[in-house]
Design a protein around this ligand. Sequence first.
Ligand SMILES: Nc1ncnc2c1ncn2[C@@H]1O[C@H](COP(=O)(O)OP(=O)(O)OP(=O)(O)O)[C@@H](O)[C@H]1O
Ligand SMILES: [Mg+2]
Length: 761
Amino acid sequence: MDSNNKSSEQVISEMVEMGFEHSKILEAIKVVGLSIPSIVDHIFNTSTSSSGSNREPSTTHISKSLPSNGKALKKRTFSSSLQVPKSKTINHYFQSSSKVNEKNKNVVVVDVNDGGDDDVEEHKESLPQMGFDLDPDIASDWEMRASILLQKHFGFSSLKSFQKEALSAWIARRDCLVLAATGSGKSLCFQIPALLTGKVVVVISPLISLMHDQCLKLTKHGISACFLGSGQPDNTVEKKAMRGMYSIVYVCPETVLRLIQPLQKLAESHGIALFAIDEVHCVSKWGHDFRPAYSRLSALRENFTTGKLKSLKFDIPVMALTATATKRVREDILKSLRMSKDTSVVLTSFFRPNLRFMVKHSRTSWASYESDFHELIKVYGGNKKTFASDEADDVSICSDASDTDSVSSDNVDDNQDDYDDRDISAMHSGNTGNHKKRRKLTVEFLENDVDVFQSADDLDVTCGEFCVQPPPKQRELSETVDLPAKPEKRLKMLKEPLERGPTIIYVPTRKDTVKIAKYLCKSGVKAAAYNAGLPKLHLRRTHKEFHENTLEVVVATIAFGMGIDKSNVRRIIHYGWPQSLEAYYQEAGRAGRDGKLADCILYANLARKPSLLPSRRSEEMTKLAYIMLSDCFRYGMNTSCCRAKTLVEYFGEDFSHQKCLLCDVCTNGPPQRQNLKEEACILLQTIGAHNAHIYSMDSSYNDDIHFNSKDRRLGERPSLMTLVRSIREQFQKFLTTDILWWRGLSRILEAKGYIREGDDK
Ligand SMILES: Nc1ncnc2c1ncn2[C@@H]1O[C@H](COP(=O)(O)OP(=O)(O)OP(=O)(O)O)[C@@H](O)[C@H]1O
Ligand SMILES: [Mg+2]
């Protein structure tokens, strides 16, 4: 044992993490024992001739990196016990240690914070060429090294197979597209390369809150990370990052485009191991969170090649990752990012075998809360009592009525159910004094009322600091998420009651978050509202209580979203139509990350077509948004096909399990078959007759129940209501039939390809 009482294994693993070669560490230990500084010294002194791959530059290189006048760099002295800070990479070591002086046991630590750009140049000249040049030793035994690092930093025993595949592609210096289910562990695919090489990994991520979360988590795991961009309060961080002082640098797409040149310098001086583009579906207009800046990220592929940077030996690989990409989105990603021709596509099943999907019809209004939330209230042992909406005043938006961040219920107008076709009252936290005043519905106003994220610093409250990490042994349980659950296992799962654990209720508008949270609180459930319009203090507190399991239910807009990685969420309820199946599946995917049974319930008004939430969209984007919305509607209306199958097939996967056995369709069975040939023929004939004088051979219609035949303009398609009226007039036996019934039939005919709804809806 050395003076720090470290075992040889600990010393080896620390030094492997710093980037030293395993064989050289062993060799040095034999000569100088277990003192890390002595080992470092020994390695340096015995490898001064290193020139090729040069992962361990000699001391000469280090001293040369110091400016001769010493002005730009400050020097500090530390005691020997601090010589090699825990979990620093070799490059940190180079940067922070100018000299290891065994004699007086002091280390000179160089503070590079206040150096100018010149320092970077100097650094570049002095350090050996360090493009993405993987030591042949690392390439050969990277799996063993990765396992050591995985165990050390994250407490996991092994990499999942898709993680190995993605890392193999990176080792082979190939671009890689990783498509893996929510919560499967995509982050490790880009975190391990930083640990293995000691070079920087640049991660492009869409939201500041997400970046912040990930940095906090990594710091807890002993990995240095930072995020850059408008949300970064410390203006020295960017310079430090461009000098390679952080292993992992998170950056939003807008910022990375601004930093191309400094990053090129970094690539040539310190080395960049990988560009990772997380949530890469944002590249595509067909994705659910399209961000224009993402589509300009091809700049990464173009500017970090051997052609552009002469000192690189290989193009810096790009790894793109997402949990929700249809075939079309995947094609868009490869094309738009100009990923190389031999890009590896790592595709795991999108199927989450422990998620139980259900759809329930509900008006999703105040009147339906009692029946819809009855079960939930029972689960949390609340005291259900009925009360009129106007009794609901003065309830905090948080479970704790003494919450100082609370928003008065005066902000809420309980009588307004359908925000989309009426005026709604002002209910933002800043509008408490104005609650009686009604505002006319305008897109601008509603934009403020729903949460949409279109830039990095939207929704910028983070949760990373509250994520409690269970001890390693328990953490291995989460690997079960990766296992293809056998049918018997799923059936057994079904017999067991759902464990008690937190619930997230997703609602479309900010107003709904407060209304429902209030209702649940009044019913004795520990619930809180969460939307981007609420005070930051309240949002922080909600994250904290949610992660500490003191809150039972969070009622949220999409603001409570990406980055939520809590293992025991038992229920994700969508109360109102989501805007796309991509968004739905991603949000639902926050349930059951521990591999145990979890419910994903969609409550939606099946009698009414969903509306698009307001947002600034081009005409083209509006069309795409309608198509995605109608896919959601179809998912909700479906009663004959397993829900998990519908979802994974939507993402282009062949569902190999036939059915999930858990969802409402699998458990209730498809509805009884009926012969509706006569009704189908009548509907087709009626559509044909109405369209005959407008479009020959056209079989399209508009499913818009508000569309009155009297208002119909020449050349417009008939509405479903017009068609049904016409059928009722012609056929006595259909006089009392319901519009809903005909809508159901029209959906079936549409699914079979006989008719189609107007292109613009
Ligand atoms: N090899 C592994 N063994 C066990 N657990 C793992 C492994 N890799 C990752 N995990 C755990 O899986 C969980 C989810 O990881 P991560 O956040 O990377 O998921 P993700 O795929 O990025 O999800 P999302 O699509 O929601 O962003 C984390 O708690 C992580 O620690
Ligand atoms: Mg992720």
